[in-house]
Design a protein around this ligand. Structure first.
Ligand code: ADP
Ligand code: MG
Length: 703
């Protein structure tokens, strides 16, 4: 590894300028960094096309032929466009230069054979290639050219002459310099059983592939390696946690749980809820700390499961806490829980930013003395100086924003860590869950309470809005209520985006006979609450809002969700919003309103929303459309090393394979002491040291 940690400035071809540029633009400091800067695409340069085969929509291609003649067009003062008519006998194309034409005319001669490389396009019905790469045909042997790698560069780098070609040359110089085979990082048993290419060959092939088949093998190998160490890290951590922390044992099902279940619970549990309760029971009796992720679509009844888990903690003499991402949600939870627990002798308190002064002190005192049994709060609770007497169970709601680091803070709340139940209504594709929440056990509620009718979703162009209004009128006259959502107000935005204020005015004029509420994030919490309350009580029929209502709000009588400028919302957001309706017995509707100009991506998002209510399918589609980097939570997860080549959305099978392999090794060698796997443990240590996310080091997972 020594040579790979050498400063990049020692590479021939890298002077002070390039050193600075590589470091600033790409973060490349060492030989190793350059080696791991992988091409983002390849072009097969062993194939030479005939001109008659070319079409305007081909990727980069190459042809061999002759320049028939040059033509020059004036394009304003001191600017000219030079066109070379070029033929290989099967057809004629135009080669076009918008600058540097003079040089071209001087250096490329009609009558000579050239190898021309570039991307064909169509202009005025003729095929042309703009700014092609030109080489004299007799000087290149195309069969030896193989696949040409393309590296991402920045504008600044291109201006400084450090384009993809230049990076290709640097990498080639480096590979030639690395005479010794590069050290292997995967044990031979895994290489053999998974049919993986060796590391040295894979790295050389990735930068300099001979053919597509070998390239594919090399990429699979490097992707596997990346994913494997991510999984090894997670599973190693999970296993370490298990050994390090004992969990409180809740072996009693006591009067609180029983009273609730037999007296207060107004309906029977769904089978899925029963199954999850069973899993939680098992965890909390095991003597190990529970770390469980509860996935279930909006409205599937997770809150109830959470409440019952908390009651078990109470019955065993512990306190419980449920945390929501916003104050509105926390308040809603409080209300739900108080309703459920009516007439039961349980002290439930709320702690959010707006609980202040004397009341706040009372709650804090109650927590410390143990009088407060259930605390409902925002995530601020864990940041705060809040201390509990005996915190035994923590429920974290709606948490794609609650990564390992945040969970770790809970540990410090008591000597022994409480059991943790993380609930998310945004179903996470399995492969992503393995990475984001790879240390958690997963429960799924895959069944909605009985009697729910699936929400019907339609797409409407805003030109037909008056028809939509008629439909809404009918619903309201039948006693229903309606949500109307606008994208967030952004002051700087000059687009045609209807903001909430404008929209509200328009709607007020459109529905003079009804009462409207308006809620958005910039309102004072108290005003917001009052407006929400009016809608909840049915005093207003239409709630015009921004995404503040995205999560949690529960008004069973609301049966229509209208989302304006739906193209502005991501899939999971749309799905969350839709989940606000369909909570009562009536047929509910979700209307996605857009203008006529839809991008491909928007089209796909709208289509999938109209097609399915299945949160998992939507999550999969979302991951594919957006890529994991964009998904909320990936940054905070603290789990993944930066993925340079693997793609969690596309490489699902490899994620699974890496997971299986890592699990096998942890099972076989839980304390990471076996010399058989020394190679892996050393490499993991090395990677964790390089990882910019210091989280892991603070925890000293591997000592
Ligand atoms: P989630 O938090 O998963 O979005 P909630 O817990 O808010 O879902 O439940 C949605 C609604 O369904 C609530 O009004 C809740 O009381 C109700 N509910 C939950 N479980 C059941 C059940 N087994 N049968 C009938 N209704 C249920
Ligand atoms: Mg909920």
């Amino acid at each position: 590894m020594e040579i790979l940690s050498q400063d990049i400035k020692f590479l021939p071809g890298v002077g002070p300028n390039r050193q600075k540029m590589l470091s600033q633009e790409l973060g490349i400091e060492t030989f190793g960094d350059l080696l791991e800067y992988y091409p983002y695409k390849y072009v097969d340069r062993s194939k030479v096309y005939q001109i008659r085969e070319l079409t305007g929509d081909m990727p980069f291609i190459q042809v061999v032929g002759r320049i028939l003649s040059f033509e020059t067009f004036d394009m304003g003062p001191r600017k000219e466009r030079v066109v070379a008519h070029f033929s290989d006998g099967t057809g004629v194309i135009d080669l076009v230069w918008f600058n540097g034409g003079k040089y071209v005319k001087q250096n490329y001669r009609p009558g000579r054979d050239y190898l021309v490389f570039g991307k064909p396009g169509v202009f005025q019905n003729r095929i042309q290639i703009q700014h092609p790469d030109m080489d004299e045909a007799e000087k290149v042997d195309t069969t030896a050219m193989g696949m040409q790698p393309y590296y991402n560069t920045t504008e600044k780098m291109k201006k400084g002459g450090l384009n993809s070609r230049a990076l290709e040359r640097l990498t080639k110089t480096l590979l030639e310099k690395l005479k010794e085979p590069l050290a292997e990082t995967i044990t031979t048993d895994i290489l053999a059983s998974r049919h993986l290419m060796g590391r040295d060959e894979a790295l050389r092939t990735i930068h300099y592939p001979q053919n597509a088949r070998l390239l594919e093998k090399a990429r699979v190998r490097m992707k596997f390696e990346e994913l494997f160490y991510v999984q090894l890290n997670i599973l190693r951590y999970a296993s370490d946690q298990r050994r390090k922390y004992r969990g409180y044992i809740f072996n009693r099902i006591g009067p609180l749980f029983n009273t609730f279940y037999q007296v207060n619970l107004p309906f029977s549990l769904t089978n899925a809820q029963k199954r999850v309760m069973h899993e939680i029971r098992k965890d909390t009796c095991s003597g190990r700390q529970m770390n469980r992720l509860l996935q279930g679509d909006v409205g599937s009844g997770k809150t109830l499961v959470a409440l019952m888990a908390m009651l078990i903690a109470l019955d065993n003499g512990y306190q419980a806490c449920i945390m929501a991402p916003t104050e509105i949600l926390a308040e809603q939870h409080l209300k739900t829980i108080q309703d459920f627990l009516r007439d039961m002798p349980i002290r439930v308190e709320l702690l959010t930013g707006i609980v202040k002064g004397k009341k706040r002190q009372e709650v804090l005192d109650g927590l410390l003395s143990g009088d407060v049994q259930i605390l409902v709060g925002t995530h601020a609770v864990i940041e705060d100086t809040v201390q509990f007497a005996r915190l035994g169970m923590v429920v974290v709601d709606e948490q794609h924003r609650f990564g390992v680091a945040q969970r770790a803070k809970l540990w410090s709340k008591s000597e022994q860590p409480p059991h943790v139940l993380v609930m998310t209504a945004t179903p996470i594709p399995r492969t992503l869950a393995m990475t984001l929440y790879g240390d958690l056990d997963v429960s799924v509620i895959d069944e909605l309470p009985p009697g729910r009718k699936p929400v019907q979703t339609t797409h409407v162009f805003d030109a037909r809005i008056t028809l939509l209004y008629e439909g809404i009128r009918r619903q309201i006259r039948e006693g229903r209520q309606v949500y109307m959502v606008f994208p967030l107000i952004e002051e700087s935005e000059k687009s045609d985006l209807k903001n909430l204020e404008q929209g509200f005015e328009v709607l007020r004029q459109a529905f003079p006979e009804f009462r409207l509420s308006k809620v958005h994030g910039k309102m004072k919490p108290k005003d917001k609450e009052e407006e929400m309350e009016r809608f909840v009580k049915g005093e207003t029929q239409i709630l015009v809002a921004t995404t503040v209502i995205e999560v949690g709000v529960n008004v069973p009588n609301a049966s229509v969700m209208v989302i304006f400028d739906a193209q502005r919302f991501g899939l999971s957001q749309l799905h969350q919003l839709r989940g606000r309706v369909g909570r009562g017995a009536d047929q509910s509707y979700c209307i996605l309103v857009t203008n006529y100009k839809l991008s491909d991506d928007t089209r796909k998002r709208i289509d999938i929303m109209c097609e399915t209510n299945d949160g998992f399918r939507i999550a999969e589609a979302d991951l594919k459309l957006r890529g994991p980097g964009d998904l909320e939570g990936t940054q905070q997860s603290g789990m993944a090393f930066d993925l340079k080549i693997a793609d969690i959305a596309r490489d699902g099978q490899l994620v699974q394979m890496a997971r299986d392999e890592a699990q096998r090794i942890i099972d076989e060698d839980p304390t990471c002491q076996s010399t058989k796997y020394q190679l892996l443990w050393n490499r993991l240590k090395e990677l964790r040291k390089d990882d910019s996310n210091a989280l892991w080091d603070n925890w000293g997972v591997i000592s």
